[in-house]
Design a protein around this ligand. Structure first.
Ligand SMILES: *Cc1c(COP(=O)(O)O)cnc(C)c1O
Length: 429
C-alpha cells in the first residue's frame, strides 16, 4: 500500500479496518471459532494461530460424536457407522492431501510431529560413504534440532560435524535462497539429507521449497521438510516438487487442537519400496493381512505403510472437522485474505515510525505467510507484557522476538488494527 500522509492517517483509523472487514468474503468464519475471553469479558485479540489455532465450533460435536460412539458401540465403533474407526483417517485423507499439494496415497495422519520426523529420518537419512551430513537452517525449531542430532548420534556420528547449518549473511536476519543453493553446490556430495522447515518458526521466513528441492536433488541428496508453520498457512506442491518426505503438526494453522494427530507425506516414488529401513508396527501392515496376525511385516503401499499404531480417534475428530472448513473455503481464498491481512498489519506497524522494534520477517509476500516477527532490541519482555495487558495474545521468544500471526480464518482487519493500536500505546510508555 502506498503511504502518503493522508493514506496513513486513514489506514490508522479503526473505521477503515472495519470497512476492510465489511468487504472480506471470509468474515463470517470468525464466528465459527471460539475466541477466548479477556479480563474485560470481551474476546481477546488472538494472534497466535502459529502456536495453537483457535477451536472451530464444530470440533466439540466431532469429538462428542466419537465419544458417544465409543459409549454406545464399544468395539463396534471400529466397524460401524459412516466413518468407522478402522478407516477413520481415510475420511479426511483427500483434504489433508490438498493442504500440502500431494496425492491422497502420499499422506497419512499419524502420531505427532516430532515422532513423525524421527520415523522419516530413519527411512530417509541414510548416511553412507562420504555422504553423511544433514543440511538444516540456522535457528531451526529446537525439537527438530534435537531429533536430527539424536539420529546422527544413533548412526555413530558427531552432530557438530554432521549437521551443516545454513546461516544468514552477516547483518541479515533471514536466509537467501541463492546462498542455500550455493552451499548445496559446494558441499552437496557430503550431504545425505536436506531437512529445512517450510516456514521458520522464529523469523516467519517462507523458504522457496521448490528451488531448494531442485538444488538438493541435483546433488543427489534426499529432501524433506517440516511444515509445522506452513501447513494451512501457505500453498505447497509436495508431489510436483518431488520432495521425498514431509511432516507437520495440525494444531497450529490447521486448528485441530492441542497435541492433535500430525501429518506425514511420503512421495509416491517410495510407495512400494522395501529396500529402505522403517520402524514398523501393525498399523503400517497391509490392511488385507493385518488381522491375520502374520509373523512377518508386509508394508502397506504409500504413506500408510509408515503407520505404527492405530490412530488416536479423539484427536483426529477435530482435525476432520477443521479440514471440512478448509475444503469449504479453499486454500486460495485463505491465502488471498492472508496476504491482505498481513500486509495491512505490516503497513500499520510501519506507520508507527518507531525504532522500538524492527520487522525481521521478509517483506516479500512470496517469502512469508501470516506471521510477522518483531525484533525488539531492548526490553522485549516489557513490551510483550504491555501488549498482554491490553488483551493482545501474541508471544515472546527469547531473547528478543515478539511473534504475531493474523490467521485469515478467524482474524479480522480490526484485530490487526487493535494490535497496532496497542503497540502504538506500548511504545510510548
Ligand atoms: C511446533 C513445532 C514442533 C512441535 O513438535 P511436536 O512434536 O508437535 O511437539 C516441532 N517442530 C517445529 C518446526 C514446530 O514448529
Amino acid at each position: 500500500m502506498s503511504d502518503g500522509p493522508q493514506q496513513s492517517t486513514m489506514m490508522a483509523d479503526r473505521a477503515y479496518a472495519r470497512s476492510l472487514d465489511a468487504e472480506d468474503p471470509l468474515a463470517a468464519y470468525r464466528a465459527q471459532f471460539v475466541h477466548p475471553q479477556g479480563p474485560d469479558g470481551g474476546p481477546v485479540t488472538y494472534l497466535l494461530g502459529n502456536s495453537l489455532g483457535l477451536m472451530p465450533r464444530s470440533a466439540r460435536a466431532a469429538v462428542e460424536e466419537e465419544v458417544g460412539r465409543w459409549g454406545s458401540l464399544g468395539i463396534g465403533g471400529h466397524f460401524e457407522g459412516s466413518a468407522p474407526w478402522l478407516t477413520y483417517h481415510e475420511s479426511f485423507r483427500a483434504s489433508s492431501a490438498v493442504v500440502v499439494g500431494a496425492r491422497p496415497e502420499e499422506v497419512v495422519a499419524m502420531n505427532t510431529l516430532t515422532v513423525n520426523l524421527h520415523l522419516m529420518l530413519v527411512s530417509f537419512y541414510r548416511p553412507h560413504g562420504a555422504r553423511t551430513k544433514i543440511l538444516m537452517e540456522a535457528g531451526a525449531f529446537p525439537s527438530d534440532r534435537y531429533a536430527v542430532a539424536s539420529q546422527v548420534q544413533w548412526h555413530g556420528l558427531d552432530p557438530t560435524d554432521a549437521i551443516i547449518v545454513a546461516q544468514p549473511r552477516v547483518g541479515e536476519a533471514t536466509l537467501r535462497t541463492e546462498d542455500i543453493e550455493g552451499l548445496l553446490a559446494e558441499r552437496g556430495r557430503e550431504i545425505a539429507l536436506v531437512m529445512l522447515s517450510g516456514i521458520n518458526y522464529l523469523t516467519g521466513q517462507w523458504f522457496d521449497l521448490e528451488r531448494i528441492t531442485n538444488a538438493g536433488k541435483a546433488q543427489g541428496c534426499a529432501v524433506g521438510f517440516d511444515l509445522a508453520h506452513s501447513a494451512g498457512n501457505v500453498p505447497h506442491a509436495l508431489h510436483d516438487w518431488d520432495v521425498d518426505f514431509a511432516v507437520w503438526c495440525t494444531y497450529k494453522y490447521l486448528n485441530a487442537g492441542p497435541g492433535a494427530v500430525a501429518g506425514c507425506f511420503v512421495h509416491e516414488r517410495h510407495a512400494h519400496r522395501t529396500d529402505i529401513p522403517r520402524l514398523a508396527g501393525w498399523w503400517g501392515n497391509d490392511p488385507n493381512t493385518r488381522f491375520e496376525m502374520r509373523p512377518r511385516f508386509e508394508p502397506n503401499a504409500g504413506a500408510d505403510g509408515w503407520q505404527v499404531s492405530n490412530p488416536p480417534i479423539l484427536s483426529a475428530a477435530p482435525l476432520k472437522a477443521s479440514l471440512t472448513m478448509f475444503d469449504e473455503v479453499g486454500l486460495d481464498a485463505l491465502r488471498a485474505k492472508s496476504i491482505k491481512l498481513t500486509g495491512y498489519l505490516e503497513s500499520l506497524l510501519h506507520n508507527l515510525a518507531t525504532d522500538r522494534f524492527e520487522i525481521i520477517t521478509p517483506a516479500d509476500r512470496q517469502a512469508r505467510g501470516c506471521q510477522l516477527s518483531l525484533k525488539v532490541p531492548h526490553d522485549a519482555k516489557a513490551l510483550f507484557d504491555a501488549l498482554s495487558q491490553q488483551g493482545i495474545v501474541v508471544d515472546f521468544r527469547e531473547p528478543d522476538v515478539i511473534r504475531a500471526a493474523p490467521a485469515p480464518f478467524y482474524n479480522s482487519f480490526e484485530d490487526a488494527w487493535k494490535f497496532a493500536d496497542a503497540m502504538r500505546q506500548a511504545v510510548r510508555e
